[in-house]
Design a protein around this ligand. Structure first.
Ligand code: C2O
Ligand code: CU
Length: 567
């Protein structure tokens, strides 16, 4: 009897150790800033739990990548080097940039290849992120740990009395969960993990100063939604949505954050005693069916130990205030001029359906837009450049979704289920689309026309997106004159080359849309969208041999291939 009680006690101890018994210090991702960013994607491993390490994938690290600080107005240059053993892509979620730089499913980066997109940062100060977007492999690659934050700064935000000391009073928090098998490998029996990870840390705690702190929270789950709040139900203040700051802080006690969404909040720890604690918590118990993670099962296809319960996300220990602490809530933030329904000249509807024409959908059938599975070669919508459009997305299906569209930030005009939540009243690129709900938004499609490379719209729940709940649109410049020009000729010099090759265009006015360099066996070495050619192309790391350079003309989109030799 005694022995049995002891045994039961030991199991209880073990359980509490495994759940919340012991905190780990919250990992704060490293930062990169400037205008040139080197991102190296690798297979790697992490010691998440006692025992074996877990095989993961990381960018410049082991799980999750560095936070990139970009300044609005800068031109930024990315060197994305894929050392991973699989093809991937890297998408700059929320960013307004040319489609050819977007990193969607079309900009595949084969193993060993360098992809060099660049763009001028025009987005306002806000929290964005980057992640893989390879069709049918997004879930797998996101699950392995690929992704990272992007924080954009601008002069307007910099002038506001807001916390902005990274890792001290301004924290990025990426929320996700994973399950492990007996040997500590990630398992994905269900898209809902059993264990919460914040910035890749299990059971995390952090010391935060006794003052206003800013949390930039990203839901980078595979599928789960979070109904966020604090363990003492305190009021906190939403200051920013996906694409920028709100006009003024919005007081709330709960915020729903679906996959892909970001929210910036201010939390006042100024009245908390030093040494006291409070938890950021998921209040997911009792969420209605359709909210991802509300499923009651703990095991099986959609099961998880975290399903339909409240659970702690991050334990906060209150520490002494810092010098220069923010101790007051700003009354106003920025002046946004939002688009309205009256600005729209085009309206579109989109329906989440199942795969059967007219079918009702149901558990186990894939989700599609308008009964059409995603196809890489099909352009589903064409948007005229500079048009303001109003999109209504309706979900009469059995489950909720997280709708996201590339290229733009939009304003949510209405929710058929009730008023638009005050915490989602700013610039958005992703939102929760509940069961039997229509959400209408308005946006302007400006700056980047490209008939060839599309942008995506899709559900951001990785299994849904991989399963075909995705479509694509091109932004077309209707005023552009059709051209009959032939692709321009070019010469490569020096040839043979040693460290750099230069491209001499026969027509100096010609614009290069794309350069791809492959080696003699057809392996892609470089993918250079709209390359800047004046400085030449660095081939110093190429093995000696013959290479092919394929150049695509911007106007005609025709290609010419030339060969060169690396000595
Ligand atoms: Cu976060 Cu289409 O992506
Ligand atoms: Cu979905």
């Amino acid at each position: 009897m005694l022995l049995r009680n002891l045994f039961a006690g030991a199991i209880l101890l073990l359980l509490s150790f495994n759940s919340y018994g012991q905190y780990n210090t919250l990992h704060i991702p490293d930062t990169l800033s400037g205008t040139t960013f080197n991102l190296n994607i690798r297979d790697t491993f992490v010691q998440f739990r006692p025992g074996n390490q877990t095989i993961t994938a990381g960018i410049n690290g082991a799980f999750w990548g560095p936070t990139l600080f970009l300044n609005k107005g800068d031109s930024v240059y990315m060197n994305v080097h894929n050392f991973h053993n699989d093809t991937t892509t890297l998408h700059w979620h929320g960013m307004h940039l040319p489609a050819v730089m977007d990193g969607g499913p079309h900009q595949t980066i084969p193993p060993g290849t360098i992809w060099q997109p660049y763009w001028k940062v025009t987005n306002n100060a806000a929290t964005f992120w980057y992640h893989p977007h390879l069709h049918m492999k997004t879930e797998e690659q996101l699950a392995a740990g690929l992704g990272g934050f992007i924080i954009i700064r601008d002069a307007v935000e910099a002038a506001l009395p807001l916390p902005r000391t990274y890792g001290v009073d301004d924290l990025p928090l990426v929320l996700t969960s994973r399950s492990f098998d007996a040997s500590n490998a990630f398992i994905h029996v269900s898209p809902y993990g059993d264990y919460m990870l914040v910035n890749g840390t299990m059971n995390p705690q952090v010391s935060l100063p006794k003052q206003y702190v800013r949390l930039r929270i990203l839901n980078a789950e595979l599928e789960r939604g979070y109904n966020l709040g604090f363990s003492d139900n305190r009021t906190f203040y939403v200051i920013g949505n996906d694409g920028g700051l709100l006009d003024a802080p919005v007081p709330v006690t709960r915020v729903k954050l679906l996959v892909g969404e970001r929210v910036e909040i201010l939390v006042n720890l100024g009245s908390d005693a030093i040494g006291s604690g409070v938890d950021l918590e998921a209040f997911n118990a009792g969420m209605p069916f359709g909210f991802p993670g509300s499923e009651p099962s703990t095991t099986g296809a959609f099961g998880s130990l975290l399903n339909n319960i409240n659970f702690p996300i991050l334990h906060i220990n209150v520490a002494a205030a810092t010098a220069g602490a923010i101790t007051a809530l700003p009354a106003v933030l920025v002046t946004n001029t939002y688009l309205t329904a009256a600005d729209a000249t085009v309206t579109r509807t989109l329906n989440v359906t199942d795969g059967t024409p007219g079918g009702p959908g149901g558990p186990g059938t894939p989700f599609y837009f308008d009964h059409t599975p995603f196809a890489l070669a099909t352009i589903n919508k064409t948007v005229d450049l500079n048009t303001v459009e109003m999109w209504s997305v309706t979900n009469n299906n059995v489950f909720g979704h997280s709708f996201h569209i590339h290229d733009i930030q939009f304003k949510i005009l209405s929710r058929s289920s009730g008023p638009v939540n005050s915490y989602e009243s700013g610039w958005k690129d992703t939102y929760y689309l509940g069961v039997n709900e229509t959400v209408t938004f308005v946006a302007k499609f400006s700056d980047y026309a490209d008939d060839i490379h599309p942008f995506m719209y899709h559900c951001h729940m990785a299994p849904h997106e991989d399963g075909g709940l995705m479509g694509q649109f091109v932004v077309k410049d209707a005023t552009g004159v059709a051209t009959t020009k032939q692709p321009g000729d070019f010469t490569i010099y020096p040839n043979p080359a040693n460290n750099r090759v230069y491209v001499l265009l026969a027509d100096p006015a010609m614009q290069v849309y794309y350069i791809t360099i492959t080696n003699a066996v057809g392996r892609t070495m470089y993918m250079l969208p709209r390359p800047q050619l004046a400085g030449g192309i660095d081939v110093s790391n190429f093995a000696p041999g013959v290479y092919l350079m394929q150049l695509t003309d911007e106007q005609t989109k025709k290609t010419i291939v030339k060969r060169f030799v690396k000595e």
